[in-house]
Ligand binder design. Structure first.
Ligand code: 37N
Length: 130
């Protein structure tokens, strides 16, 4: 169990670093905080499960993720929400959809570049056992 805790601690350090790098990127400013319902009054009528990078970071600290797949599922949720809420042909909708797709590609690239597959396999084994 102690070894498992060491593995999960290493995963949290790794995911915090990726989350911080994404949140530092100016391109992703609109994904850094929950969508403000003062600014976007009908947002919660359309998007049932909001997600953002600040919430992601707090979920890491709450030990919500025990493998990279769980973390990427929440990244995909940020992207899906942006595509669903901004579906039109307008320039601003196209802009935010483009940024959302770029967020997903950068997140997957960071994970692939920095996580060796047997570390992820170990995390998946821990998840299976829980
Ligand atoms: C995200 C999102 N999903 O649907 C929409 C629409 C957006 C979105 C929301 C906002 N305004 S906001 O007050 O909710 C906010 C400001 C700063 C960080 C996070 C949210 C701005 C933009 C923008 O493109 O600048 C986009």
């Amino acid at each position: 169990i102690c070894q498992e805790e060491n593995t999960l601690r290493e995963l949290r350090i790794f995911l915090r670093d990726i989350c911080a790098k994404l949140a530092r990127n100016k391109q992703f400013f609109m994904f850094t905080k929950p969508v403000d319902v003062e600014e976007v009054p009908d947002y919660l009528d359309i998007i049932k499960e909001p997600m953002d990078l600040e919430t992601l970071m707090s979920k890491i600290d709450k030990h919500s993720y025990i493998c990279a797949r769980d973390f990427l599922d929440d990244i995909d949720l940020i992207v899906r929400n942006a595509l669903e809420y901004n579906p039109d042909k307008s320039a601003e909708d196209k802009h935010i959809r483009h940024r959302a797709c770029s967020l997903r590609d950068k997140a997957y690239a960071f994970i692939k570049a920095e996580m060796d597959s047997d570390f992820e396999d170990t995390c998946r084994d821990i998840r299976e056992k829980r």
